[in-house]
Design a protein around this ligand. Structure first.
Ligand SMILES: [Fe+2]
Length: 307
């Protein structure tokens, strides 16, 4: 978690899968871009403090969308600093309306807290992070309120969950609607036109070959549209790992029943896999145990993926 200075006084902090990567602009009026997951707030606060930032002086938080792994510190930091929080205007609406379904929090049983959103952003807005200007580009698909931030001078793209290097963020069609894959396709076309030297994604390390990442994502999306069970499999695998992270491991004996009790597991298996709940669970769990993605330690299931 060693911060990387990507522009003067602007640091990139690479986290893991439970916690999205985030950014800290160090000054007397600090600016944060995303704030990871709420359960790991202490680690987030520690890394911010180690950069010499007094969190109580935070001036602004820009969140790339409302998902729990990007807004985890928002409410806590706002309570101690009274900072402004900016989101795309659709995300602002979700927060203002306390719509914990559209934010996915309730659908996926995630912990998150509402906060006051002072500013609704729109495509083409410019955000000043100290002297660094970032253009707001609206990129729906993964989430209805997704934005990426582009610095034209340095040709830097903060791509959040719109573009990762080798994988793709989960598509939750049952919340976002079946058009979501088409929206993401259009969002990729939009960012493809930008001249970009380095991409800082929401998860994973920075990368330079944006065209290759876009091509991979596009191929994946085409596969999703040709065979919807690919969306279902991808979602189940990702959210099972995510759930194990949020719970810090779980008892093997009760995990299937816990999954069945959620909105997302039942709904996903109903829609993509003819309600074969037990069969799907066993298939995925065998695969995870074989590949070492999940370990069974004396009856507790633990994931080896970095949080
Ligand atoms: Fe996300």
């Amino acid at each position: 978690m060693k911060p990387l200075e990507i522009m003067e006084n602007l640091f990139f902090i690479q986290r893991g899968y439970l916690n999205a990567n985030h950014f800290v602009y160090t000054s007397e009026q600090p600016v944060l871009i995303d704030t990871a997951y709420i359960a790991d707030f202490q680690a987030t606060a520690d890394v911010i403090r180690r950069l010499g930032v007094d969190i109580a002086k935070t001036k602004l938080i820009v969140s790339t969308h409302c998902h729990c792994d990007h807004i985890g510190g928002a409410k806590i930091i706002q309570d101690i600093s009274s900072c402004d929080i900016a989101l795309h205007k659709i995300g602002k609406y979700f927060i203002d309306a306390q719509d914990d379904w559209s934010t996915w929090w309730r659908y996926y049983n995630q912990d998150a807290s509402f906060f006051n959103c002072a500013k609704g952003l729109v495509d083409g807005d410019v955000i000043c992070v100290g002297p660094h200007k970032f253009e707001v580009i609206y990129t729906p698909g993964h989430s209805a309120d997704g934005i990426v931030l582009y610095n034209r001078n340095e040709k830097v793209l903060i791509s959040s969950d719109t573009l990762w290097e080798n994988d793709m963020a989960v598509m939750t069609v049952r919340v976002e609607g079946s058009r979501a894959c088409f929206s993401l396709m259009e969002s990729l076309e939009k960012i493809e036109k930008l001249e970009v030297k380095v991409v800082y994604p929401g998860h994973g390390k920075p990368f330079t070959n944006m065209a290759r990442a876009i091509e991979k994502a596009r191929k994946r999306l085409k596969g999703f549209l040709e065979d919807k069970t690919k969306i279902g499999n991808d979602l189940l695998k990702k959210i099972i790992v995510y759930t194990l992270m949020m719970k810090r491991g779980t008892d093997e004996a009760s995990f299937f029943d816990d999954l069945i009790a959620t909105h997302w597991y039942r709904e996903t298996v109903d829609f993509y896999f003819d309600s074969n709940y037990r069969h799907k669970y066993e298939e995925i769990m065998h695969n995870f145990l074989d590949r070492g993605i999940v370990k069974n330690q004396d009856g507790r299931l633990i994931t080896t993926v970095k949080p």
